[in-house]
Ligand binder design. Sequence first.
Ligand code: SF4
Length: 459
Amino acid sequence: MSLRSANDPKYQKPLTRLIDVAAGPLGLKDHEAEGGYSALRKALKDLKPQDVQAKVKEANLRGRGGAGFPTGIKWSLIPMGPDAGTKYLVCNADEMEPGTFKDRLLMEQSPHQLVEAMALCAYAIQAQTGYIFLRGEYVVAAERLNQAIAEARAAGLLGQNVLGGAWSFELYVHTGAGRYICGEETALINSLEGRRANPRAKPPFPQIAGLWGRPTIVNNVETLCNVPHILLNGSAWFKELNQGKTSDAGTKLYGVSGRANKPGCWELPMGTTARELLEVHAGGMRDGKKLKAWLPGGASTDFLLPEHLDLPMDFDTIARAGSRMGTGLITVVAEDQSMVSAVRNLEEFFSRESCGWCTPCRDGLPWTVKILRAIETGQGQTGDIELLSKMTRWLGPGRTFCAHAPGAMEPLQSAIKYFRDEFEIGIVCDIDSSKLDVCTLPAGLPDITDHRDLATKAS
Ligand code: SF4
């Protein structure tokens, strides 16, 4: 019996069912022996491109890159028909969020799964060319993906006239030079075109005008890897993989990093609780420490508390709790760790990775880091917490060109909300910052070399 059976317990973890880190990745022959590429063969033989789109839409697959947008709806926005012309498929494999490492597992250990998934998606949208935009540091993944692509091309599964049909599809690995902003789909497209990796204004969305101005679909690695399994086993099967834990469908690659006993990554039903992730799979907190706070899915999400541990980890529930599931890889903070230091560390990352396109982000993030550094070392001033709170609004949604700065403000605003006392401990001076407001800033660019200069000017 093929492993690709809905009744096979191993197949309840479709994405990782063939992954054996000790044994290494499967080559083409072994992958096909386990049912690999049968979804592609079936689709090209029996299904029209729109049928593939419909099945993915019906499965309610939501993007696993962090935003959770419905994949089938994204695909359905791309122009179809004989006059649609050149189209592209891009896999967003620029995994660079601190604490996130799930896509590396899939690419290194199951490269043919991603190759087949991209061929299926490209067939569904009738793209002729695909790129895997890969984080440059993922050297092993690049090597294994290139090998898998070469094997698939030699077997007629990629290239001219795939499987002897009329449709052709070429797939390439493109390694980035290493910028966090390249994970934003329009910045990724700019980078792929050889331009500076700034985000682009939307609309037009990439589905209409993407790579080289042509219709383009950009999907995350984990999102795409679900597609062959949905095609083979059906939308109803995929929905039930959540074991009734939530309304979101399928399984999810969840993970834990930080002060846990056994940090790692596991494929589990969508809606698994953070408590199960931490206490069962990650073996609890290290050294018997208590959990103080946790980020649900990457550095750009709001902190949650131990009392939120029993919430199902799905997009809507975590949003209702005031955060975002993001990539589903949680980071835990122990009772003896400083929240100010934790946030300062995150903001340094975001500050370093700002693309510099817009002033609030380019100048506001370093300014935020300076204030946090002062508080961290006991040099903070009265009003600094209020100033930081204002920063979360000045750099918040709608104030910057892309979501980088608003994302950077999420851990900060939640840390102030839940752990204000830790910030207060670092305040020693007494300067009235109530006069600090955006309208009091001097004309032109503010001097942010020292936030106290600004405080003096404003007072
Ligand atoms: S918010 Fe930051 S990363 Fe986004 S465009 Fe502006 S400067 Fe660049």
